[in-house]
Each structure stands twice: as structure tokens, then as C-alpha cells.
Design a protein around this ligand. Structure first.
Ligand SMILES: *Cc1c(COP(=O)(O)O)cnc(C)c1O
Length: 419
């Protein structure tokens, strides 16, 4: 689909007077629209809840907007738990899906009343020793191993990922043992969780994952007698980073999960199982832009456009070679007849937001919008080369702009140093 920014050039010029580029900006209307579409897609399941994956966008104002829309949080670290708590999100509204977990994090999760999702069989005893008991409500993460594939065609598989090579989750045998042991230690309500593929662009991913987990849940409940209260489809629903890619249809995805539910769980009498999701990317990616200004043009063996943002503000292109669409604001209708590398300032040659990409002729002072940066964008930022994290702004539904996080200053960067 054509990528149209949710802010205009005039708005950006006005915003930049108060908040100089680079900055991340998020669209409140879009975030609410996405959350409502997700809730509508799963409205057939009375217990449904989306637990927003905090790591995607750990910004309190955004967590609160999503909370107003009925979402909880999926936390995986001490600070994410603390942030949820400070946002007034607590109890069963927190899912704690971590791995390689320190004891103090289990302790805080329990104190906040979060639902703990265990990544490993050995964590059953670790949790029991840490807390002195096993919570009444508990979840376990499954990893089927092997390769997860979907939708084979001439171009290859629509979805392909490698759970067998992933550090997360338990084998089937371990899962049965964990359930039995947790039950013996007093657990009464059980959850089942798996994350098998990342950034999927297929309406069949969640339904296929759900079918696997539903069948497993039937076997688990039958063989261990544990009451399975919820099944957590986790994250992995992707977004169309490239304009030519098909977007996921969340209504179709919800409907596919419903069909799997009715064909596997319902006939086995499991009719009160709540469906949970832990989406990060799908909720936020397209509702955020990284806004940057062209600082320099350089003509050597290639044509370079140097901008004021760098990989420290958005790591995905440097780290994964990920594509992020870029709009040259005000030049949308000009022909794309110039080929550029759009680069940041890091002393790292992979600090490139675009390589050999066609644009209209760009000039110093042009404002560029880098699309789909609302999830795993700011949050993956880092301070390499002494680069500072940018501000995060919220475009309110009424068109006003609110500061959610100020830009770092050199004093922030120096604050932890002992001279
Ligand atoms: C990262 C993560 C998510 C969110 O993944 P997205 O691909 O952003 O939807 C959900 N659950 C867990 C356990 C994760 O690690």
C-alpha cells in the first residue's frame, strides 16, 4: 500500500520549531484505531486480551493509551514491570514473558500480581525457591523445535522461521512435566504460550499457531488434568514495511483463530479458554515515524544524503538490513530519478537508512519521514559514538503535539560516569 505519512510537511515544520529533528512521532488516532481493530477481531472470545509487548515501545504515555483501549502489558524485565506498575497497569493486566530470568524479576512480577510465563522446566523449581510457593495462575512457553513453515508457493514459503534454533520455550515432554509439577505445587489455572515466527505477513500465521497450541492444550488437559485457562499466541504478527507488500488483515486473522478454536477446543469441551496476544510490532510499528532532516550531500563513488538521525535512533536497517520506507516531505509527486544512500553519522558503514534507493532530487534542509518506526525503533536505540536518544512526541487526535520523552542531553550521557 502507498505509504502516506500521518503528519504533513507544514505540521512537521511547525513541530521542529519546538522539537528539533531527529524525533520519533506517534499517531494517537492510529494507535487507538489499531487497538480497536484487534479487540474487534477477537471479540468472539470473551476472555480476549492483548498484552502489548512493552519492549517494542516502552513509553508510558503509549502504554496508558493502549490501557484505555483495554490492553495490558507484556513485560520481560524489571524495568518494564516497574514501568507498567507506574502506569497503573497491574495484576492480571501484566503478562511476564521473560527468559533467563533473574530471581528479583520473578519476585516483582509476583508482587504486582502479574501472570508469570515460564520459559524453562528448571524455572519451576527456581520460581518455587524464589517465591516460597507457586502462584495459583501460571503459564508455560512451548517450543516445538524444527522449522515453522507456512504457505508454500513458487516464490518460497510465505512464513518461515526456525524455532528449533531459538533459545525460548520448552519441549513437549518438558511442558507435560512442568504442568504436572506446577499442579503438584499448587497451581490451578494454566496458560500455554508460544512464539514461532517473527514479523509474519500472512493471515494464516496466528490460526496455524493457534491450531498447534489448541491441540496441545487438549492433550495437556486430558493427560495432566490441569485446567487450561488461557492460550497466548504471543507476538509475531508483522507489518508491511515495503509499499508493495500485502498488509495483514487482523479481522481475517481473528476469524481464522475462531475457526481453529471451534474445530479443536469446542468439541473437546474446552469452551472457556481465553485467547491472549502479545503483539508489539502490529500494534505500533505503522503508528510511528522517525523524522529527520538532510544535513549534507556527498558525491564520491556513490551519491550520499547525510541526515541528522542515525542507527542509534533506528537500528533495524543496520542490524537486519531491514527496509523502512522513506518519504521526502513535499516532494511526493516529483519523479524518483535520483539514486541515493541515505546515511547517518555513525562511524559504522552499516549506518544507512536506505541503499541505492530512488528518490526525487534531495536537498539540504529537506525533511524525511522514515516510516513504520513505532515498534522496535526508539526502543532499540543505543549510545554508540556518543549519539543521544531523540525525543518521542505524540500527535494527539486533536492535532496538537505532546512531548512524551525529551531528547537526551550530553549530561544524561555522562550521568553514570565516575570521573
Ligand atoms: C518480542 C516479543 C513479543 C512481541 O513481538 P512482536 O513481533 O513485536 O509482535 C511478544 N512476546 C514476547 C515474549 C516477545 O519476546
Amino acid at each position: 500500500m502507498q505509504k502516506i505519512p500521518f503528519v504533513s510537511l507544514e505540521q512537521l515544520r511547525e513541530i521542529a520549531k519546538t522539537y528539533p529533528t531527529p524525533f520519533h512521532i506517534y499517531d494517537e488516532a492510529g494507535i487507538r484505531r489499531t487497538a480497536r481493530a484487534v479487540n474487534a477481531a477477537f471479540a468472539w472470545n470473551p476472555g480476549f486480551r492483548e498484552y502489548f509487548a512493552v519492549k517494542a515501545t516502552p513509553t508510558p504515555r503509549i502504554l496508558k493509551i493502549l490501557h484505555e483501549e483495554g490492553c495490558g502489558t507484556d513485560c520481560s524485565s524489571l524495568t518494564e514491570l516497574m514501568m507498567s506498575d507506574r502506569c497503573g497497569i497491574a495484576g492480571e493486566e501484566i503478562m511476564f514473558s521473560s527468559n533467563d530470568t533473574p530471581a528479583e524479576e520473578f519476585a516483582l512480577a509476583q508482587k504486582l500480581g502479574a501472570t508469570i510465563n515460564l520459559d524453562d522446566l528448571t524455572h519451576v523449581d527456581f520460581l518455587e525457591q524464589t517465591l516460597g510457593f507457586i502462584p495459583r495462575r501460571i503459564s508455560c512457553r512451548y517450543n516445538p523445535g524444527g522449522v515453522f513453515q507456512l504457505g508454500e508457493s513458487k516464490e518460497g514459503f510465505q512464513v518461515m522461521d526456525n524455532p528449533g534454533d531459538a533459545k525460548y520455550g520448552m519441549t513437549r515432554e518438558q511442558l507435560f512435566e512442568a504442568y504436572r509439577r506446577l499442579k503438584a505445587l499448587g497451581a490451578e489455572e494454566f496458560g500455554l504460550h508460544a512464539f514461532l515466527a517473527s514479523n509474519t505477513l500472512s493471515n494464516d500465521y496466528y490460526p496455524a499457531l493457534a491450531a498447534q497450541l489448541f491441540q496441545l492444550a487438549v492433550d495437556l488437559q486430558r493427560e495432566t488434568g490441569c485446567h487450561i485457562a488461557f492460550i497466548n499466541l504471543s507476538g509475531g504478527v508483522g507489518v508491511d514495511y515495503r509499499p508493495e507488500q500485502p498488509a495483514n488483515d487482523i479481522a481475517a486473522i481473528g476469524e481464522g483463530v475462531r475457526r481453529a478454536y471451534e474445530s479443536i477446543l469446542t468439541p473437546n469441551g474446552m469452551v472457556d479458554v481465553a485467547i491472549y496476544t502479545e503483539m508489539g510490532r502490529y500494534m505500533l510499528a505503522s503508528n510511528g515515524h522517525l523524522v529527520t532532516t538532510v544535513l549534507h550531500e556527498k558525491h564520491t563513488y556513490k551519491e550520499y544524503i547525510g541526515v541528522d538521525a542515525c542507527a542509534a535512533n533506528l537500528m533495524r536497517p543496520a542490524m537486519y538490513g531491514a527496509y523502512h520506507h522513506i518519504t521526502a516531505m513535499g516532494k511526493e509527486s516529483l519523479p524518483c530519478d535520483h539514486k541515493y544512500d541515505v546515511v547517518g553519522s555513525l562511524c559504522e558503514n552499516n549506518d544507512k537508512f536506505a541503499v541505492d534507493r530512488m528518490f526525487p532530487k534531495l536537498e539540504i534542509g529537506d525533511i524525511l519521514v522514515i516510516h513504520d518506526t513505532g515498534a522496535h525503533g526508539f526502543s532499540m536505540g543505543y549510545n554508540y559514538n556518543g549519539r543521544l536518544r531523540s525525543a518521542e512526541l505524540l500527535l494527539r487526535e486533536d492535532g496538537s503535539v505532546e512531548l512524551m520523552r525529551r531528547a537526551e542531553t550530553p549530561e544524561d550521557y555522562f550521568a553514570t560516569l565516575v570521573w
